[in-house]
Design a protein around this ligand. Structure first.
Ligand code: RFL
Length: 410
């Protein structure tokens, strides 16, 4: 027996092994703990990294309701900010929608993802939850049966093996859960939207009291408050742009131009503290259940950040899976687990459809066959369609109600 094989015979076990301590894994862990289900979270990164990774900020009302229902919304209620207005800008015009007065009358809460993750983690640990940081899952095995295992490796390269009844793959799009699925067992629906964003986090107060979406011939620009001191901005850039390619000055000039600062008021600039290039992509894996292995959150489906849905879906799916696992393990009722995949896929596709609509509203679509004569890669024909869509959103109450219901809801 090799050293590696010997180490893998150490018997670590839990009824549910959760891969990943993002919003999906931590909500699931908290709910299972509260229901008295034995579980462990295995997280590849160090604790500090998990608690400082800035990503999402907009949480929908239904997400807040889930967190509240399980006593997980205390920090969000204290430090989050209610938010319900978005503003669309074009070169020569702008209009606002207060979506709390439209559709189902729902709103967002602005609460940085790293703060939510910190709250969820503290709560899980206080309740006695087990978590292993710097423990990366390498492969999930034997999930066709009832005794799946997870091969792991710690930060020092030592291998280990966890035994489970169920494995929840909450480890994102590049995680071990996805990697472990045999070719042919899963269908992946994928879309590259051919749009790239430079995502920026600026140490600067928000410049408007709304989410700002600028539809400009030079490309999309977005403004999203994160806190009274920090604002997230997005700039559409050519595919292949490196995160550091644009100077701070060029970024602020371009944001000011696209967001129409000269006409609508100056931007409050500040140091850019984080930059990331995001190629807008979406995918969905079907089904989400493979025997005793379940896909949750970004592992189940990646959704472009254009409509701020990813973390919201992750929380919803985690609650549905927690109910299913609890029913199966505590009450010997397999029914809810059997329905997990179909139930979540309905929500995921609804969110994908709306997110796709947002992408087409905010960006020029490259022409079929590659004819691209618009400034941001689209054709003048597509550009007129985009402006017509915006006009309909501006003038039709029916369109506005539809938008509000989909923008905040699932
Ligand atoms: P996460 O958050 O990626 O967490 C996965 C965790 O798994 C760990 N991991 C592993 N652990 C063990 N073994 C392995 N082999 C592992 N591989 C990975 C990782 O270290 C990590 O800790 O997935 P989860 O939990 O599914 O949550 C998904 C959300 O993070 C994501 O959908 C959102 O951030 C998307 N998103 C937004 N969603 C919203 O609802 N509202 C928003 O306003 C919003 N803004 C955004 C966003 C995503 C963005 N990026 C990343 C493009 C803004 C941006 C810029």
């Amino acid at each position: 027996m090799t050293e590696s094989q010997k180490a893998r015979t150490v018997r670590d076990s839990a009824d549910v092994v959760i891969l990943g301590a993002g919003p999906a894994g931590l909500v699931l862990g908290n709910l299972l703990r509260a229901a008295g289900v034995d579980c462990v979270i295995l997280e590849r990164a160090a604790r500090e990294h998990v608690q400082t990774r800035a990503r999402a900020g907009y949480l929908a009302q239904h997400t807040v309701s889930i967190l509240e229902r399980h006593g997980l919304a205390e920090g969000l209620r204290r430090r989050g900010q209610e938010h319900a207005v978005c503003e669309f800008r074009t070169e020569d015009d702008r209009f606002r929608l207060d979506y709390s007065l439209l559709g189902k009358g729902e709103q967002h809460w602005v609460y940085p993802q790293q703060e939510l993750v910190t709250d969820l983690l503290n709560r899980y640990l206080t309740a006695g939850g087990r978590i292993c940081f710097q423990t990366g899952a390498e492969a999930v095995r034997d999930f066709g049966g009832t005794r799946p295992t997870v091969d792991v490796r710690d930060a020092d390269g030592r291998p280990g093996r966890w035994h489970a009844r169920y494995v929840a793959g909450c480890d994102g799009r590049h995680g071990a859960a996805r990697r472990s699925l045999p070719a042919g067992a899963v269908r992946r629906y994928h879309r590259d939207h051919a749009v790239t964003w430079l995502g920026l986090l600026a140490q600067a107060p928000p410049s408007l009291d709304a989410v700002g979406y600028a539809v400009h011939p030079r490309g999309f620009a977005g403004h999203m408050a994160r806190s009274p001191e920090v604002t997230r901005y997005y700039l559409q850039v050519p595919r292949g742009t490196a995160p550091g390619a644009w100077s701070g000055e060029r970024i602020w000039d371009e944001l000011a131009l696209r967001l129409g600062a000269a006409a609508h008021g100056p931007l409050r600039s500040g140091p850019i503290v984080q930059r990331a290039v995001v190629d807008l992509e979406s995918d969905v894996l079907e089904p989400l259940r493979h025997g005793s292995l379940f896909l949750v959150g970004d592992a189940a489906g990646l959704i472009s950040p254009s409509a701020a849905k990813g973390a919201n879906l992750a929380v919803l799916e985690a609650e549905i899976l927690a109910d299913g696992l609890t029913a199966a393990l505590r009450h010997s009722d397999p029914g809810p687990l059997d329905r997990y995949s179909a139930q979540c896929l309905a929500y995921i596709w609804r969110a994908q459809e709306f997110s796709h609509w947002m992408i087409r509203l905010l960006h020029a679509e490259p022409e079929a066959g590659g004819a691209q004569d618009g400034a941001d890669g689209g054709s003048p024909f597509q550009d007129r369609l985009r402006h017509s869509r915006l006009q309909a959103l501006r003038s039709s109450r029916t369109q506005q109600d539809w938008f509000a219901e989909n923008y905040v809801g699932l």
